[in-house]
Design a protein around this ligand. Sequence first.
Ligand code: 3HC
Length: 493
Amino acid sequence: MARAIETVGVVGLGTMGAGIAEVFARAGLGVIGVEVDAEALERGRGHVHRSTDRAVSRGKLAEAERDEILGRVTFTGSLDDLSDADLVIEAIPEVMDYKRALFTDLDRICRPDTVLATNTSSLSVTAIAATTSRPGQVIGMHFFNPAPVMRLVEVVHTVVTEDGLADEVGALARRLGKTPVTVGDRAGFVVNRLLLGYLNHAATLLERGVASRDDIDNAMKLGAGLPMGPFSLLDLIGLDTSYEVCEVLFQESRDRVHAPAPILRELVTAGLLGRKSGRGFHDHKHAAGQARSAAEPAGRPGVVTVCVLGEGAGELSAKLSSAGAKAGEPHDSDVVIALSRTPVVEHAVRLPHPERLVGLHLAGGDVAEVVSTALTSPDVARAVQDLIRVVGLIPVSCADRAGFVVDALLYPYLNDAVRMYDSGYASMDDIDTAMRLGCGYPAGPFETLDAIGLPAVRDGLRALYAEYREPSFAPAPLLDRLVTARVTSIRGR
Ligand code: 3HC
């Protein structure tokens, strides 16, 4: 018989724990928020108050409702106050030893029928469950940051979770206004497994100098249509958490793309943890450190003659002409633009003035990746950026590498999703739902694959593999087979 869950304990009131406490209280449940040290307890209280005040100031919550929500939360420094909770969820730092010690205490303190849940980002729920005398009643309940906003909860069951508990916890998630996706206990579950690989790869591209922080953020936000760029999102998640999740993913996958990028280690060691410490990849305290605006004012182009080559050249040429540029030939133009989704240096070396060639790749409706080869003159690259702004596009500068920025980050993520599905871990619908609701993506990876086209993604992955030699960039066998069999929709197969 399903338990009545009316009182919930939340242990750990950092960003996630405080958000989770708010979510439960908003749904009408009584919440006991626990932090063992007094300072952290006050910070946790502050989080909940600020978040609900913000909802009031945005007109999303009446003051009386806020007071009711806050009235449902008690804050305490003692785990003993959880002795009568129906469910306790843990949201303490991602250190297995801390989690084990906490669950041993909770097992002793809580009623025998209390469900013990962990909000771990990636650690083994099975290993946590094994420290208790009730492993069948231990489950993962994984929320997403900001918890009051993101609509997904991953419900993680283990091989010893008692029958029916995942459904009960799924029903509880629905009561909170969330959508549950139930999965087994693998490192990173669905979302972090796909997301952190992508975020870590973005950090690697930054370290390799393929593009700047702001160009990568703008490319993924404005070009790929994601709600945030990877560095803004890493700062939101916290670089320490991101580092830990990558580390756990690497321990399980032994895949180099999960090995935390050295820049993550450096920033974490320096105490630059992202939003929570005021600075990470971005400076969240000083306006000067904020992302460069994508839409800088468009001045007059300083270029006189432009030659555009490649598919779609006519259309771009016409736009440039109406913006005041003169159309020329490759040998006599100030600038040669090669429209291409693959590296362009081979076109440059065939020209009399290779320093005048810039690659251009249109990503999404608004962004143009402006590609400089090893030979491109910086003045020419700048001139093309100005031209691009004049025709209403947002330029993103990058080096002449396979996939440039957007495809280099998007395709391996899509490939990982195909591998995850093909391993039998989760259905395509669950993976799509998880990425849409957990990360606010406009579409799930399988919807995106179908929209881009399977052959384009397969070929893009082959090029990425050839360039970077990362084994996981090689097209997933399922993707390869579908393209060979001329199947056009992975979801419709
Ligand atoms: N707390 C509470 N509410 C918040 C909030 C916060 N920290 N930040 C934003 N909001 C609310 C706002 O109040 C607003 O609500 P309203 O529409 O009811 O007024 C809504 O979110 C939208 O906020 P904004 O208009 O200020 O900002 P954006 O439109 O830019 O949205 C965002 C902000 C919701 C954070 C959006 O950028 C987004 O979806 N980003 C992706 C976040 C993501 O991927 N999260 C998952 C990370 S992975 C994870 O958490 C797992 C972990 O294990 C690592």
